[in-house]
Write a protein that binds this ligand. Structure first.
Ligand code: RAM
Length: 348
C-alpha cells in the first residue's frame, strides 16, 4: 500500500514537474515563435483612463502570459505627447526590454522613442503610429486596418443615417493623433465623390474637424460647439471611442436631431444603439490589437522578426505580414447596430 502510494505520488510529481517546466521555460506558442521568456514589457496607451485601451491591454496581457513576459500597463491620464514622454522616460530608466505604445502625438514623442531605442529597447507602435517620416523610431506599427477602409466606412455609416444628404462635421480626438488624422484624410475625398448631396460643414474636410482630445468633457463641449456653429448639421462622425460616446450622451440629453456615428466601443455604445440614439458605429477588436502587438514586439526583441516590409510574424494561430510603411494590419472593422450589439457588448 505504502509502495503504491509512493509510486502514485512520484508519478504525479513528475507530471507536475513537466507541466511546470513547460510553463516556466516556454509555452507551446512562444516556443513556436522563438520568443525569449522573461521579457520586461511596457504597455503604454495614449491615456490610461480610456475603456478602449483597457481592452487593448487585456489582449496585451493575454499575450504576455502566453510568452511568459513581465508586462506592466502604464501611462498618463491625458492623451498628450508631453504627458506620454514622462512615461517613456520612466521605462527607459527602469530598463524595460520592450515598449508597446499607442502614440498620443505622432511627433512629440519621437525624440524619446529614439532615446529608448538607443538604450536598447525594442519599440512597437500599436493603434496610433508615429508620423511616417519618423517610422524608423519603431520596428513596426500594428494598426487595425488601412486608413481608407476605416475612413470610408465611417462616411458610409453617416450617409446611411442621414439619407445620403446634408452636411457633416467631425468630432475627433487630439489634433496630434496620427490614427484619427489618417482616417479623416481618407473621409474627405470619399464623401465628395460618393455622396454628391452631402458636404462638409466647413467647406473642406480639414475645416470641419473639432477636437475633443479624447477627453469626455472637452468632447461634449465640442459637440455643442458644432451644433451652435452649424445648427443644420446632418451628421457628426466621431472617429474616437471617447468622442462618439460623449456625442451620443449629449445628443440624447439635448434631444438633438443630428445623426451620430463613428468608432465606438460596443460595451459603451450599446445603450445608445439599443434605444435608437445612434444607428451605427463600428470598431475592430482592440483586444486582438494589443495581443498581436505584444507578439510582434517580443519576436522583434528575440531577433526572429526584424519588421522588414514583406516579412511575417506570428501571433497565436495567425500570421501577419508587414506592408509598405512598416505596418501590419489586423483586418476590417466590424459594424455594430441594434441587431448585433448584444453579442459584441459582452466581449469589449
Ligand atoms: C480612442 C483612441 C484610440 C482610437 C479609438 C478608436 O479610444 O483615440 O486611439 O483607436 O478611439
Amino acid at each position: 500500500m505504502q509502495k503504491k502510494l509512493t509510486r502514485i505520488v512520484a508519478a504525479a510529481a513528475l507530471a507536475g514537474a513537466l507541466v511546470a517546466t513547460a510553463t516556466a521555460v516556454a509555452p507551446a506558442s512562444a516556443a513556436v515563435a522563438g520568443i525569449k521568456t522573461g521579457l520586461k514589457i511596457a504597455i503604454m496607451p495614449k491615456a490610461i483612463n480610456n475603456g478602449y485601451f483597457t481592452a487593448w491591454n487585456k489582449g496585451a496581457q493575454a499575450a504576455c502570459k502566453e510568452i511568459a513576459a513581465k508586462c506592466t500597463y502604464l501611462g498618463a491620464t491625458e492623451a498628450t505627447g508631453p504627458a506620454q514622454v514622462q512615461f517613456i522616460n520612466k521605462v527607459i530608466q527602469q530598463h524595460y526590454d520592450v515598449l508597446v505604445i499607442s502614440a498620443a502625438d505622432q511627433n512629440a514623442i519621437v525624440p524619446s522613442l529614439k532615446k529608448a531605442k538607443a538604450a536598447g529597447m525594442t519599440i512597437v507602435t500599436s493603434d496610433a503610429d508615429v508620423a511616417a517620416a519618423s517610422a524608423s523610431a519603431r520596428t513596426v506599427a500594428i494598426l487595425p486596418s488601412e486608413s481608407s477602409r476605416i475612413g470610408t466606412a465611417e462616411v458610409d455609416w453617416a450617409a446611411a443615417a442621414a439619407g445620403s444628404k446634408g452636411s457633416v462635421a467631425i468630432l475627433s480626438a487630439a489634433a496630434t493623433a496620427a490614427n484619427q488624422n489618417a482616417w479623416i484624410a481618407a473621409m474627405g475625398p470619399y464623401l465628395t465623390k460618393k455622396y454628391p448631396k452631402m458636404s462638409w460643414v466647413g467647406g473642406t474636410v480639414a475645416n470641419s474637424v473639432f477636437y475633443g482630445d479624447d477627453d469626455a468633457t472637452k468632447s461634449t463641449a465640442q459637440f455643442d460647439a458644432i451644433l451652435s456653429q452649424y445648427p443644420n448639421v446632418a451628421a457628426i462622425i466621431s472617429p474616437t471611442t471617447v468622442g462618439v460616446l460623449a456625442a451620443a450622451i449629449e445628443k440624447k440629453a439635448k434631444n438633438a436631431s443630428v445623426k451620430v456615428t463613428g468608432l465606438g466601443l460596443p460595451s459603451q455604445m450599446a445603450p445608445y444603439l439599443e434605444d435608437g440614439t445612434v444607428e451605427t458605429v463600428g470598431l475592430w477588436n482592440p483586444i486582438d490589437l494589443g495581443y498581436v502587438a505584444v507578439y510582434a514586439a517580443a519576436q522583434a526583441k528575440s531577433g526572429t522578426f526584424k519588421g522588414k516590409v514583406g516579412s511575417t510574424f506570428k501571433a497565436g494561430k495567425k500570421s501577419y505580414t508587414v506592408v509598405k510603411g512598416g505596418i501590419a494590419y489586423l483586418g476590417d472593422p466590424f459594424t455594430f447596430t441594434k441587431k448585433n450589439i448584444a453579442t459584441f457588448k459582452k466581449i469589449y
